[in-house]
Design a protein around this ligand. Structure first.
Ligand code: GLN
Length: 494
């Protein structure tokens, strides 16, 4: 059974071809695992009937038509902020608890088109606002590496359910969303690979928006190869999302890359307060490994990194305020009853439907957008965002620039829930997103790669970032790092 935590997509498909497993038997095992690990709270909904139907279709393509597709029989989880027709899509919020979409998000329809089998919809922080998956109306998700009943560690967030599901063996890959780090952060804390693609490379049609100028679907998988296979299935232009890049997507192939021509930058501003000794050691350990492989490693500067987190949160709250306006109790979602006026209907619905985190972001965002504050806050932060983007442009495009950047993903390994919950969502995010949100501000691709275990026996991970649309190089170098470090597989999930 423990193989469930280690199988890769290629291994599963080989065992289907060899008839050691079949799509229906594997989906059954995966569903059993999802149920056995219910205490992790990785799923909001386990889609048992759907998974079984999908597996029967895959089985036919394997053994009757003998024409399996790229992801046939591959079990997947999808964060519960992506629409799935006839399957509840809750955003882990009271507001959408009973919302059943009538259409599929493009990432889901493309996964289906490639033959994937949906195991369930994964838990998240309400409306993807958070960095711990502790602020879900369905309760927190626990980290599969440590979920002792009384003293457990967080899974990271906001796509913590997706990360916990992949790590604990109930699906091979999962979709998350990444606005400021929500795919990379839980991937890092749960010891799986987390990819945030370039802005516009993967369609957001059907992803319930958080911050439109930064949101991207993310991929969580056990290996870089698996993440690449999923990316190849979902990337490329979509007529339903006008922000997708209108260029044919060329599938990425991984190769044994020679690092001697690759220049890797170590941005000095990412050495920040609160970063643990073990994270710093892990960072220099991998820097040394890359140098041994003859990569050109050098220190670089991204001078506006320190202001990035403040800029991110002002823009985040402004866009949140505007996006959340649609939940008014009239169009869809929760409608509070017994109200005497339309204003009261709005107010009661929004008060009951949103948690404190969402409400406080709406209030702050609307404050920044007031006529008297608009220029002072919103316009000013847009200008500062430009400077952050330019930092990346300079470091990647100058003659003495670099091809990729190597940084930590998080400041520490997964915190204990009791420590994490001492701070508010806002204060936690200001710490946890330090290394991840700049990539969203700049729209560049980034990947979190698990490296080693900490003294607490929890995963420690690093992040690679590259210029827009550099996924080919990014994934190839990530795979090289993965093969050099040999991160251990989670053995027991009890
Ligand atoms: N922690 C960040 C926030 O709450 C990240 C959110 C995300 O990437 N979805 O805004």
């Amino acid at each position: 059974m423990n193989k469930l935590t280690s199988y890769t997509i290629r291994e599963i498909q080989k065992s289907y071809a060899d008839k050691i497993l079949t799509p229906t038997s594997f989906v059954d095992l995966s569903l059993q695992r999802a149920k056995q690990t219910k205490e992790l709270n990785a799923y909001v909904t386990i889609t048992e009937d759907v998974a079984e139907t999908h597996s029967i279709e895959s089985e036919k393509r394997f053994y009757i038509y003998k024409k399996p597709k790229l992801l046939d029989g591959v079990t997947v989880g999808i964060k519960d902020n992506f629409c799935t027709s006839n399957i509840a899509t809750t955003c882990a919020s009271e507001m959408l608890k009973n919302f059943v979409p009538t259409y599929d998000a493009t990432v889901y329809s493309r996964l289906r088109r490639a033959g994937a089998c949906l195991i369930g919809k994964c838990n998240l922080d309400e409306f993807a606002m958070g960095s711990g998956t502790v602020d879900s109306v369905f309760g927190p998700t626990r980290n599969p590496w440590s979920y002792d009943k009384d003293k457990w560690r967080i899974a990271g967030g906001s796509s913590g359910g997706s990360a916990a599901a992949v790590c604990s063996g109930s699906c091979l890959a999962a979709i998350g969303s990444d606005t400021g780090g929500s795919t990379r952060n839980p991937a890092a804390l749960c010891g799986v690979v987390g990819l945030k693609p370039s802005y516009g490379l993967v369609s957001r049609y059907g992803l319930i928006p958080l911050v439109n100028s930064m949101d991207v679907p993310g991929i969580l998988a056990r290996t870089v190869d698996d993440a690449t296979m999923v990316l190849n299935a979902i990337a490329g232009p979509d007529k339903n999302d006008s922000t997708t890049i209108k260029r044919v997507y060329n599938p990425i192939t991984l190769r044994d890359i020679d690092l001697s021509s690759v220049r890797i930058g170590i941005p000095k501003e990412y050495y920040c307060k609160g970063m643990s000794r073990e994270v710093l050691e892990t960072w220099s350990y991998v820097t040394d490994l890359l140098e041994n492989e003859k990569a050109i490693v050098k220190s670089v500067s991204l001078p506006h990194t320190n202001i990035s987190i403040a800029v991110y949160y002002i823009l985040n709250q402004c866009e949140v305020a505007s996006n959340m306006a649609r939940y008014d109790g009239v169009q869809y979602g929760l409608r509070a009853s017994a109200t005497s006026s339309t204003e009261e209907l709005y107010a009661t619905t929004r008060h009951r439907g949103f948690n404190n985190v969402v409400r406080s972001r709406i209030l702050a965002g609307n404050y920044f957008l007031l006529t008297k504050n608009y220029v002072k806050y919103f316009i000013k932060t847009l200008k500062l965002r430009r400077l952050i983007v330019q930092d990346f442009q300079k470091v990647f495009h100058n003659v003495d620039g670099v091809d990729l950047l190597l940084t930590p993903t998080t400041l520490t390994d997964a915190p204990l829930f009791e420590d994490f919950s001492q701070r508010t969502n806002r204060d936690q995010c200001a710490l946890q997103d330090y290394c991840t949100q700049p990539a969203n501000m700049a729209g560049i691709p980034a990947i979190s790669i698990p490296i080693k275990l900490s003294e607490n026996r929890m995963p420690l991970s690093l992040q690679l970032m590259g210029p827009p649309l550099s996924e080919d190089l990014l994934m190839n170098v990530a795979r090289k790092i993965e093969s050099l470090v040999q991160f251990p597989v989670l053995k027991a999930v009890t």
